[in-house]
Each structure stands twice: as structure tokens, then as C-alpha cells.
Write a protein that binds this ligand. Structure first.
Ligand code: BGC
Length: 399
């Protein structure tokens, strides 16, 4: 039997903008208002007010951890002006998690920034690092007992969002591509994240990590979209080239961190021309990705190698499907690959499923990833069988 580390985290994840609702001061709220064809987050699933109920459902099912985020746009709605009430809100969330026996894993930036930050040049603006540092320092004040902090979520996807919001490109691109997380027939391959943006985000991450190490006892890392790329015959060099730009730059920046957050959903081949689009298949998921539960094993092995052996927390893994039996089948197989990786000596500290709740998938409501369904009119939570199933796996510590 696979020996998991004592205290292995079994949990589920969300991000503030996707579940809280009315994130009015964020850049994404503006994007939703001004992008034709994009669905809006609106009230989302009102987790801003119902977080205690959400956490209780996870804890009652048997899970031991909850990954959620702190929203910069709420904490600092105007440059330099801190909302004490917002800070107190997130502090209560952290306390609630502990009271319910859930280890909080806190993300400080999950794709969204304050509107003012984006309008003033965003991540490429001259004051970007300084501003992020000031926010992280403010947030650190409530992170006293938190053991796991992710500075930034999927900088390799965030870099594509930065590219999409470049006014030089926006008119053409916005029409074609709503979000990098959902495959689009008109845009079958994601653009490359620009290394200039990636390096800036790495600088921000390192600056944030330094503050967190000074001001908290937390383990600090960032999370990367692990795309489990594989080479078609004879294309190993091309694989390395593509993977560096899309992923390894970000994994290598995690060397020296306390952990790396691995986020895995599917796998894609690389041929002589680059990434091969997901082949159309009846079992593709609701985001258009291939059904590849084996991706997690590939992702864990690659992240371990590319970071030079940084301990891993699976901060996201899941499937967009309306069929919950499919979610259980996918997750069961993915966990089998996780256990094999642990058997092979890879240091995995936990598994956090994406997502706790069906939520706002960046411009789309249709792709449902949740262990819990939500009625978007009444906000009633309806746990799916997959929640009880994952809770039982967590209690046993095996499949
Ligand atoms: C992101 C989540 C997103 C999920 C599913 C990741 O890219 O961190 O915010 O909802 O994948 O697409």
C-alpha cells in the first residue's frame, strides 16, 4: 500500500472571483462587462456570504483541507486604501477553516487584480512589483497560523491573460478568445505566454515569497498549469522548446520554494509544429480538453524533475463534466497515478480537487467542475456523490 506522508492534505479548491460574487473592483469584472459573448460572474455562487456552509460540507464529507483565495481587489479597492472589513472577512474564513478541522491553503492572487492596477499598466507597469509587495505585506497580517500560502495561481495562464488584455491586440483577440481555460474552435491552440511577462511574474512571486518568509511561518510556493506535454516520435527537441516557454520557465522559478502547486487536467502532444490541438472525441470534457486522467502522473513526474525535487502539493485536478460518475472515474484513475508517483519516491504532500463547487469558469458557466452543485437562483448547495466518494477516500487514505 502506498505510504502517504502523515498529515497528507485531502481537500478541494476554489478561487475568489469564481465563487464569491460581485467582485466589482476587479479587472475581470470589467472584462466581463466589455467583452462581447462573455458570460458574467454576477453573484457567482455567493460564497462570500456562504463560505462557512461550503467549508462545513467539505469537512463533514471527510476532507481535511480547503484551498481558497484572498481577493486583492477587495482588500485594496483603491491604491493604498486598505479595507479593514475585507481583511477581517478573510481572517474569519481562515478561523472557520481551522474550527472545522480544515487546513487552509490560501492563494493571494488567482488571475484577478484590482481594476486600478490593470488600468495603470498591470503586471508590466513600472510599479507592479512594489504594489504587489504592498498588498502581500497587508495580507501577511492575517496569515499568522496559515501553513500553506500560494503567492500566485498559474502565472503561465495569467501571462496569457495579460497578453489578451494588451490594447494593441485586444480587438482581434478578444473576439476570438474568451479565456485560456476553455478550448475554443476558433483558437484551438493557446498562444505562448510571453517570457517577458513570465519573468516579471516570477520576480513578483520571489518578492512576495521574501515578505511571507519574513512575516509568517507559512510554507510558500506558487502554482503552475501543468499541461503534461508529450512528444510525438522524433519531436523530443520540439517538446523541450515548447515546454520551456509554456511551463518550465515557471517550474524552474519554483526551485528553492517550500512547495510547488501542481495543477493538472489533461495532456497534449507536441509534434514538429508545436502543440497538437485536443483531437475532437465524444469523451472530451466540457472545456474541450481530452479525457486524460493519466495527465496527473505525467505532471507530477515532470514537475518533480523540472523543479529539482521541490515537494509537491496538488493544488488542482479535476474534470468539467455534467456526469458525476465520470468525475469519480476520472479522479479515481488520477489518484491511482498519484499513488504510483509517491511509490516511486516523489514527495507529494496533498491532493486538492478542483473544484469544491460548480462555479464561474472565466466567462463560462457551462463547464461544471464541482463536487457540490449550486442552484444559482437560491444558492442552495447540493453535494454530488463525488463529494462523499472523495471524503471516503480521504478517511481511508487510499482508493
Ligand atoms: C484555474 C482555475 C480554473 C481551472 C479549470 C485552472 O486553470 O486555476 O481557476 O477554473 O483551471 O479550468
Amino acid at each position: 500500500m502506498t505510504r502517504l506522508v502523515p498529515g497528507f492534505l485531502w481537500g478541494a479548491a476554489t478561487a475568489p472571483h469564481q465563487v464569491e460574487g460581485n467582485n466589482l473592483n476587479s479587472d475581470w469584472w470589467q472584462r466581463e462587462l466589455h467583452t462581447p459573448g462573455m458570460e458574467r460572474s454576477g453573484d457567482a455562487v455567493d460564497s462570500y456570504h456562504r463560505y462557512a456552509e461550503d467549508m462545513r460540507l467539505l469537512a463533514d464529507a471527510g476532507l481535511t483541507s480547503y484551498r481558497f483565495g484572498i481577493e486583492w481587489a477587495r482588500i485594496e479597492p483603491i491604491p493604498g486604501q486598505i479595507s479593514r472589513a475585507a481583511l477581517a472577512h478573510y481572517s474569519r474564513m481562515i478561523d472557520t477553516a481551522f474550527q472545522l478541522g480544515l487546513t487552509p491553503v490560501v492563494t493571494l492572487h488567482h488571475f484577478t487584480s484590482p481594476r486600478w492596477f490593470a488600468e495603470d499598466g498591470g503586471w508590466l507597469g513600472p510599479k507592479a512589483i512594489e504594489r504587489f509587495q504592498a498588498y502581500v505585506k497587508t495580507a501577511a497580517a492575517i496569515l499568522g497560523d496559515v501553513e500553506w500560502v500560494c503567492t500566485m495561481n498559474e502565472p503561465n495562464m495569467l501571462a496569457i491573460m495579460v497578453w489578451m488584455s494588451d490594447p494593441e491586440r485586444s480587438a482581434a483577440v478578444r473576439k476570438q478568445m474568451l479565456t485560456p481555460t476553455v478550448a475554443d474552435d476558433r483558437f484551438p491552440i493557446l498562444p505562448d505566454p510571453e517570457p517577458e511577462v513570465g519573468l516579471r511574474l516570477a520576480e513578483a512571486h520571489h518578492a512576495a515569497a521574501e515578505i511571507l518568509r519574513r512575516e509568517t511561518d507559512a510554507k510558500v510556493g506558487w502554482t503552475v498549469a501543468n499541461q503534461a506535454f508529450t512528444a510525438t516520435v522524433g519531436n523530443e527537441d520540439k517538446l523541450r522548446e515548447v515546454r520551456y516557454i509554456k511551463e518550465d520557465l515557471y517550474l524552474e522559478a519554483a526551485r528553492g520554494d517550500d512547495f510547488i502547486g501542481v495543477q493538472s487536467y489533461s495532456s497534449q502532444a507536441v509534434d514538429g509544429n508545436g502543440v497538437v490541438p485536443h483531437p475532437p472525441a465524444p469523451d472530451n470534457t466540457l472545456t474541450g480538453a481530452a479525457y486524460r486522467p493519466d495527465a496527473l502522473g505525467i505532471a507530477l513526474r515532470h514537475a518533480w524533475e523540472a523543479t529539482g525535487g521541490v515537494p509537491i502539493l496538488v493544488t488542482e485536478n479535476g474534470i468539467a463534466t455534467a456526469d458525476d460518475t465520470r468525475r469519480i472515474a476520472y479522479t479515481s484513475e488520477a489518484l491511482g497515478h498519484l499513488f504510483k508517483a509517491v511509490d516511486d519516491g516523489i514527495d507529494v504532500r496533498g491532493y486538492l480537487h478542483w473544484s469544491a463547487l460548480d462555479n464561474f469558469e472565466w466567462g463560462h458557466w457551462k463547464p461544471t467542475f464541482g463536487l457540490i452543485a449550486v442552484d444559482r437562483e437560491t444558492f442552495e448547495r447540493k453535494p454530488k456523490p463525488s463529494l462523499a466518494w472523495l471524503g471516503a477516500v480521504a478517511r481511508r487514505g487510499r482508493l
